[in-house]
Design a protein around this ligand. Structure first.
Ligand SMILES: [Zn+2]
Length: 125
């Protein structure tokens, strides 16, 4: 009895392999990141006679918040103006990370399809 043939090692075209290495390199440049949204919120206070009750333009603030979801719940973190740039940068890093991950995923799909095709045609011989 002949043993079932193992799929041959598939090769990845150089330009895909190189692109994959380049994208992985880009991960090295990712700095601290945060997902979520940075908000400036105007609030009403609890005082019955305060102008904020009637006039939306007289609400208090802005109050800065960082909002994100964790385990299905919304988390709000109050921020002071001096830390806003830090969180803006972190938020930008998160977008960069996601875009990088998407590009890696698309490339991986392309390569895997290519490899699957190769393996299938090798086994067909
Ligand atoms: Zn008020």
């Amino acid at each position: 009895m002949s043993r079932p043939r193992r799929p041959q090692l598939t090769t990845v075209p150089d330009h895909y392999a190189q692109r994959f290495r380049d994208l992985k390199q880009e991960f090295q440049q990712v700095e601290y990141f945060c997902k979520g949204t940075l908000l400036k919120r105007m609030m009403k206070c609890g005082k019955a006679q305060c102008a904020c009750r009637q006039d939306p333009a007289k609400r208090h603030g802005p109050y800065l918040e960082w909002t994100y979801k964790a385990k299905g719940k919304t988390v709000n973190v109050k921020l002071t103006p001096d830390v806003m740039p830090l969180f803006r940068a972190a938020s930008q890093q998160y977008r960069k990370l996601k875009s990088l991950l998407n590009r890696l995923e698309r490339l991986s799909q392309t390569v895997l399809r290519h490899q699957a095709k190769q393996a299938q045609s090798a086994n067909r011989d």
